[in-house]
Ligand binder design. Structure first.
Ligand code: FAD
Length: 435
């Protein structure tokens, strides 16, 4: 099996889950990430572990995948999931007329729903607009993507995968029609290097198309880069995620995330996933739209806002990114571009990253003639709780230097878990490669 060497580009939710899936099947796999953990869209999203209800009306496959992974991820990674529940609320006649379509969509996707009347909704969520006519309960949850991706990478590492952060793929090693490896630059130190492999998987999210387009002239990946802005209020007013009962549209959702309320979102096309402006009018619009569902939000300022870019598969001529599928697609570039040993995966959602990883894992196993099924629906993800008492054991199991781990823990006094792990993983994993 050791000769089946695979490099995954990008450690967002997609690339990190692929790394874990392949490592657990016995592949010799490494993941290379140009930035930090959650440096891409996986750190600039809405925080939902979708039930799929949002997509059930127009995108049944994405909805079915969501409800499946909503259950599996809650089982294998309970430390990063909050079972908030979700409500779809009708505030006007147009929302009310959407009931039939909503019930039918959820039923075909296998998403369990429960209809609540006004009194029941207000009992459960006293801050919701008192004009609410009807609501449906759905099994939406929230997910902490930092913990999720960190635990995927730690689990993969324990399964023998190698993880390199702050390390950018700058080019490909190409011999004839075959891609033989990648060229790298450590973004912390400026050092460069090359690594050869049998197969490269491009899980570069919103960067995926441009990366292989610029370096290999591949133009078969037709993507829409659909950015979405989120406005954050520094208070939480609901237990549930509150969705507007209508087709997905701008300003139709408020997500309670820890102690914040995240109001989302918008959809606008960008050319470059890293360089685009957030329109201040969008922030005001979101604040107003969120306050229609939860009026008290209007009394609090937006204290932070951010935007992420959805890596969506293009639906052809139609440039309305709301209509683009939330499903994903695997491109084998030997078929589409006559370039061997390179596969790209595009689209999907953080909530469906396990299924995406399983499908690409099946594809790669077939291609490389490896007879190993995916086990990721059963493997509990590893989440270490580091303390003075267990630091010795942790340094062994994480294969991290104990003194450096202690040093970093000291430095991180008073900071959150994410700071501790971010420092640790960033510094140590990016050092490792060129040593
Ligand atoms: C506004 C918004 C809200 C969303 N809300 C939700 C939600 O609530 N729930 C949900 O499930 N999904 C949501 N999504 C979708 C979800 O966030 C994305 O589908 C998912 O995070 C994409 O993960 P990814 O790994 O494919 O991409 P990314 O997370 O972007 O990862 C790609 C990685 O590749 C790296 N990379 C790129 N080029 C290189 C290179 N040359 N060398 C090395 N590394 C490279 C990047 O740095 C990046 O970290 C939302 C998306 C948006 C935009």
């Amino acid at each position: 099996m050791a000769e089946n060497k695979v490099i995954v580009i990008g450690a967002g939710s997609t690339g990190s889950f692929i790394t874990h899936d392949l490592a657990s099947r016995g592949f010799d796999v490494m993941v290379v990430e140009k930035g930090n953990i959650i440096g891409g869209t996986s750190g600039r999203f809405h925080g939902m572990l979708h039930s799929g209800a949002r997509y059930a009306m127009n995108d049944v496959r994405a909805a079915q995948e969501s409800i499946t992974d909503n259950r599996v991820i809650s089982e294998i990674a309970p430390f990063c999931v909050e079972n908030t529940g979700g409500l779809f609320v009708a505030l006007n006649d147009e929302d009310i007329s959407f009931q039939g379509k909503f019930e039918k969509g959820c039923s075909s996707a296998g998403i369990p729903i429960e209809k609540l009347d006004t009194a029941a909704v207000l009992r459960e969520e006293p801050f919701i607009n008192k004009d609410v006519k009807v609501a449906y309960r759905v099994p939406d949850k929230t997910i902490n993507s930092f913990r999720f991706i960190t635990s995927l990478l730690l689990t993969a590492r324990r399964e023998t995968a190698k993880v390199y952060l702050n390390t950018e793929v700058t080019d490909f090693i190409k011999e004839g029609k075959d891609v033989k490896g990648i060229k790298l630059k450590n973004n912390s130190t400026g050092e460069t290097g090359e690594i050869r492999a049998d197969l490269i998987i491009n899980a570069g999210g919103a960067w995926a198309s441009r990366l292989v387009g610029d370096k290999l002239g591949i133009n078969s990946i037709d993507m829409i880069l659909s950015a979405g802005t989120m406005a954050v209020i520094n208070r939480r007013f609901t237990k549930n995620i509150i969705n507007r009962l209508r087709d997905p549209s701008d300003g139709d959702i408020v997500v309670p995330f820890f102690n914040d309320s995240i109001i989302g979102t918008t959809a606008f096309i960008v050319d470059d996933p890293e360089n685009f402006e957030i329109d201040k009018d969008d922030i005001n619009f979101l604040h107003k739209a969120g306050s229609e569902m939860i009026p008290v939000l209007a009394n609090y300022p937006v204290y932070r806002y951010y935007a992420g870019v959805r890596p969506l598969i293009s639906a052809g001529e139609d440039t309305d990114s709301r209509k683009a599928s939330r499903d994903f697609r695997i491109f084998d570039h030997s078929d589409s571009d006559n370039i061997n040993n390179l596969i790209s995966i595009v689209g999907g959602k953080l909530s469906t990253s396990r299924i995406m990883a399983k499908e690409i894992g099946d594809f790669v196993s077939d291609k490389m003639n490896v007879k190993q099924d995916s086990k990721t629906d059963k493997i509990k993800l590893f989440w270490p709780e580091i303390s003075r008492e267990n630091i010795e054991e942790m340094s062994k199991s994480l294969r991290l230097d104990k003194n450096l781990l202690a040093e970093l823990m000291n430095e991180s006094n008073g900071k959150t878990y994410s700071d501790v792990y971010s420092n640790t993983l960033d510094i140590l994993y990016s050092r490792e490669l060129f040593n």
